[in-house]
Design a binder for this molecule. Sequence first.
Ligand code: ADP
Length: 613
Amino acid sequence: MHQLSGSDTEALALFEHLPDAVVIVNTQWRITALNQQAASLLQRARKEVPGKLLWRTVPEALGTACQQHYQQALQTHTAIRFETWCPPWGKWFQVTASPASGSLALFFQEILWSEHDAQARWREGAVRGSGHLSQAILDSLTANIAVLNPAGTIIAVNEAWRRFAQDNCPPGSLVRTEVGANYLEVCRKATGAFAEEAPEALAGILAVLHGSLPHFTLEYPCHSPMEDRWFLMSATPLPAGEGAVVAHLDITKRKQAEAAVRASEARARRLLEANLIGVVVAGREHILEANDAFLEMVGYAREDLARRCLNWSAMTPAEYAPLDQHALQELDERGVCTPFEKEYYRKDGGRVPILIGAALLQEQPWQCACFLLDITERKERERTKDEFISMASHELKTPITSLKGFAQLIRRRLKQQGMNELVQYLERMQTQLDTLTKLVNDLLDVSKIQAGRLDYAQESVDLDALIYEVVEFLQQTTTTHTIRLRGASSVHIVGDRDRLNQVFTNLLTNAIKYSPQAKTVDVQIVPSAEMVTISVRDYGVGIAPAHQGKIFDRFYRVQASRDKTFPGLGMGLYISQQIVERHGGKLRVTSEEGQGATFSVTLPTGEPNIAEL
Ligand code: ADP
């Protein structure tokens, strides 16, 4: 034990050649002298320290066990020796506090521990004592955690690590991972489950221990015979080069979820790459991803897509913009949109007709998936069919007109000759010729509508008079039904008188045709602000909801066994709707199967009504 005697200066002369650092303080804790070793340890010039407060010079000692020991030595006049870990130097010291006549000499001797002692000291001092890493906190974590000293020796582990080590390295196994084992050696000697990743792990931990890497992580699989497991290993340095914390976190669930996502992505990609239909992922402006089928449809290359050259709204001809807007609205409201037909401009300037459906993928950032079918061939077939219908009806029209003319002539002659029976036959023939004429005219109208060539006159039409005329005419031709007309609008609208006549004639003819068991048909005119609604109500077979949206399509007929008895080609409502819409109006149906149907035509009465072509 070091004893101080005589004056501080004399004593110091003695201590100068001791390996210990020596500091002498007075009872007020002011440093009165220090030897060269102490000055070097404090990294101060030797002469600038005396007179300074000990606690100012080494503030880290304040409030620690050291301070208590120094005080005790002074109060009891007894020398005290203890070992302590000194964070500023990252070293263990044996400290002797030796009191003598109003002063206290402090001797600091560095302890060079054996590896084994170091583990125990570190564990005691750094882990339990320091309060920085509480064992309780470590134990409460689910990750397997070990604290390594700078040499890589495991000096502390948490409960999870201990259990994992027990389960995976049973007694007698070569690899030991409990406290005292060197983890770097464990990595070096690794065989089996962790072996492939072990060299990388070793390099990472070493880099962290040496301070060349601020943090290291590694994901690795651990194939136990029972199950596949995945771990995330991390190595984090402790302050002041004191070692590192190594943690192994079980990430099997995350890996399984990732694998499931990857598998479903792969499935989706296979569907995409099947190229049966065009598939794209689009944002509000650009097409972000597309399969080859789509790129082929629009004649763009994959590089164009990568350069974000495919702006879908710029690729859409102006007349389809409202349809796109409607689809976008549907997507925002319902997440999907009803498939519809449109066209895209190809890169070469031509157009490609497509059928498109879409589903919202995400809102932030907005993205949707679109499925597109090239309908060029179908459109071409439709065009050929329309051309044929148009040509055939033109060809039919001439002989029918001539037949009608001759039939009229013969009828007149026979009447003059009083051959009444033959006159009756000829009248029936004329009725059939009228039906034939109507069919041919309808066919012609349909093909004209398709080609956008149905002409409309713009004239002032007295609506009440027109309805009255249609009702009166049809009342004369039907013996089975009474047509009841109610209401009046007293308005004139601007439109095509004959075409509007065609609409109401068709609605009333249908009302009679599809209500063979009924006796009445009601027609009602209801004016309202800037509108007039004419409804035709029958009490017949009605229309099931599933068909109500389709009966206005070209050639659509309700296919039910009972309908076999109703003749027709499914053109009347299509033509009627087109005419009403060209007058700026709407044609709607309300019906229940077996309960009759009401067709309502709503026409605007304000401004000129024929929509611009
Ligand atoms: P068509 O009567 O020549 O078949 P339309 O275009 O006029 O053609 O009508 C289309 C279909 O709508 C008809 O086939 C019929 O099934 C249904 N339909 C039309 N009007 C009525 C009605 N008043 N009652 C029941 N079904 C109707």
